[in-house]
Design a protein around this ligand. Structure first.
Ligand code: SAM
Length: 353
């Protein structure tokens, strides 16, 4: 059956089938029977914006350089975890594009057989400069955070005058063919909720995927109030003013977003109700902080140290055991909106949102 194929195609096919067998054999399952295959890595806690809901003006105390995992250390963790069943990676921060050597790091991850999906979350400030190199390094898709399409308001939210750079970054990402390009907008009542429709309209003529994210009680920014929350049903009813919303079935890489298309649009809408409709029962992710702690839930301060293992000469088996131990502690759900909720100690910029 393979006789008509070139040597190279045969090799690729047999590598793929090995990979499929591997996937069937290696699955990380937590105590609540969730399959965990997604690792979000925060490569730095440094950021070139100061979004009000995330950080105070003066920033937050930074992790010392010595405590930040080296790329070699992160690659080793990825290798070990991928052999156990992690196949999806997102790089985040802080702002990942401010860390030196990020492009080379990405190209090394993108060459790993087991990693089937690699993505990056950025605020876009440096994207115009990096988009082409990121694409060449093997990055296919990208998430860009943008909470306002108005220059003045962008400044009001981020405390930096960088709207034009971000927009140029989005244009460059489109030009070099990163796809899909997802724009993450955190919708906050009274701050940017009058822009829900303007963001939605972008999908009518641009191949962008606009994702509305509910404002969550985390970070060291301005105090979160429930009254600031704009829920997904509220966002959806505003979007319906633009046109009919057509459901798009989720695929295996979608995560928690509910997908829609405004009738006639070339782009997509994604709605992420982290607060009003928690999707913990479908959670497939764990996180790695810049200083080498595994967090199994964005809203739980329970952290398991892998840096210590790496730096004290631990072997791959020790790393594997730590991963399995971490999975056993993954909570069933977060407790936002219940009396049990406690705001987490670590800032979003040092977890990786
Ligand atoms: N610097 C990168 C960026 O801006 O995309 C990556 C890190 S940033 C912490 C990741 C995402 O978390 C951003 O989209 C940001 O808007 C989001 N975020 C931060 N604090 C949040 C909050 N309290 N509620 C909802 N999203 C939040």
């Amino acid at each position: 059956m393979l006789s008509g194929l070139s040597q190279e195609s045969k090799k690729t096919l047999s590598r793929r089938s090995l990979r499929l067998c591997g996937e069937q054999n290696k699955m990380l399952i937590d105590p609540f029977k969730r399959r965990i295959n997604y690792l979000r890595i925060s490569v730095t806690d440094r950021c070139n914006l100061r979004c009000r809901y995330c950080m105070p003006e003066e920033g937050i105390p930074l992790i010392s350089h010595d405590d930040i995992l080296t790329y070699e250390e992160i690659l080793r963790i990825i290798r070990v975890f991928a052999a156990e069943g992690i196949s999806k990676i997102r790089l985040t921060g802080g702002e990942p594009l401010v860390r030196k050597g990020i492009v080379d790091f990405i190209s090394r991850i993108s060459r790993m057989e087991e990693i089937r999906d690699l993505s990056l979350t950025t605020n876009g400030v440096l994207l115009q400069e990096f988009a082409q190199d990121l694409k060449k390094a093997g990055l296919k898709r990208i998430n860009i955070s943008l909470d306002s399409l108005k220059k003045d308001r962008f400044f009001q939210i981020t405390r930096r005058d960088s709207f034009e750079q971000v927009w140029a970054g989005i244009e460059e990402a489109l030009r070099v063919g990163l796809s899909p390009i997802k724009i993450n907008m955190v919708a906050i009542k009274g701050l940017n909720d009058d822009e829900i429709e303007s963001f939605g309209r972008l999908t009518l003529h641009l191949p962008l995927n606009i994702r509305y994210i509910e404002y969550m009680p985390s970070g060291n920014g301005e105090e979160w109030k429930e009254s600031d929350l704009l829920t997904i049903p509220q966002i959806k009813s505003r979007l319906k003013k633009i046109g009919n919303l057509i459901n798009i079935p989720s695929d295996q890489w979608d995560g928690p977003a509910k997908r829609f298309r405004i009738e006639g649009a070339i782009g997509e809408i994604g709605l992420i109700g982290a607060v009003s409709s928690h999707f913990c029962q479908e959670c497939n992710r764990i996180r790695l902080t810049p200083d080498g702690k595994i967090r199994t839930c964005l809203f739980s301060d329970n952290e398991i140290d892998v840096k210590e293992i790496l730096r004290k000469g631990g072997n791959d088996q020790n790393l594997r055991e730590t991963l399995l131990l971490a999975l056993r502690t993954k909570p069933e759900r977060h407790h936002i909106n219940t009396h049990q909720f406690k705001k987490c100690q670590r800032n979003m910029s040092a977890i990786g949102g």
